[in-house]
Design a protein around this ligand. Structure first.
Ligand code: 13P
Length: 250
């Protein structure tokens, strides 16, 4: 099965209006020339500007977070319906920084995924093990538990509209990417776990790799049969690097 690749840039809490304008003008002309779906994910205050800057381009917009609540007394939170007002297509959910720094449990991540799906946006569900978990040899269990908690709430068929991002915590922002073989092993195990529940869903689901992806290592990762693109942090803030990654996906 051919799955269109996705190259998503997670800008995290970085950038300014002027740096974002430059980044988008550098990306716009390039993104149209390649087959991958390019996505950018700015901080919430910039969603409106970025949405306008992307108007008429094939680049899609992702938010970095959303509440599972619909409205009410939740200071500092953003609902899915608010994101819909800004032509957001995707929402990152369960990023390891949200899990580790803001206490998001598998249950919260599942509820957020359900809320994003109800708003007809596409969750990019982030999973991944810590270094300690990898050293204990429980990487596949950790990743599949993170996914299965979501499956229990929304059902396996919902994964038709969910993108998975495997981001080993030890590879994020460290410069130490998983090797293509290490990533492929986990992508395959995650796909097989879903395929055991529903073969079509397992074969169709897109699984991105994230963790120190750069233009110099992306081609090896994308050559793997179960790696369907990348969720890029630091390198997505540099036009040349990000364009290099997009080009390497073909
Ligand atoms: P880096 O590419 O900076 O390692 O970040 C990966 C990431 O967390 C993307 O969501």
């Amino acid at each position: 099965m051919t799955r269109q690749k996705i190259i998503a840039g997670n800008w995290k809490m970085n950038g300014s209006l002027s740096s974002i304008e430059k980044l988008i003008s550098g990306l716009r002309s390039v993104a149209e020339n390649f087959d991958s779906q390019v996505i950018v994910s700015p901080s919430h205050p910039y969603l409106s500007n970025v949405s306008q800057l992307l108007s008429g381009s094939s680049i899609k917009l992702a938010a970095q977070n959303a509440s599972h609540e619909t409205s009410g007394a939740f200071t500092g939170e953003t609902s899915v319906s608010m994101l819909q007002d800004f032509a957001v297509d995707y929402v990152l959910v369960g990023h390891s920084e949200r899990r580790a720094l803001y206490g998001e449990t598998d249950d919260v991540v599942a509820k957020k995924t359900a809320a994003i799906l109800s708003g007809e946006l596409t969750p990019i569900l982030c999973i991944g093990e810590t270094l300690e978990e990898r050293q204990k040899g429980i990487t596949v269990d950790v990743c599949n538990t993170q996914i299965n908690t979501v499956v229990e709430l929304v059902g396996v068929e919902a994964f038709k509209n969910i993108v998975i991002a495997y981001e080993p915590v030890w590879a994020i922002g460290t410069g130490l990417s998983a090797t293509a073989e290490q990533a492929q092993e986990i992508h395959k195990a995650v796909r097989n776990n879903l395929a055991a529940l529903n073969a079509d869903i397992g074969n169709g689901v897109k699984i991105l790799y994230g963790g120190s992806v750069k233009a110099s290592n992306s081609a090896d990762l994308f050559a793997m049969p179960d790696i369907d693109g990348a969720l890029v942090g630091g390198a997505s803030l540099d036009v040349d690097e990000f364009v290099g990654i997009i080009k390497s996906a073909g």
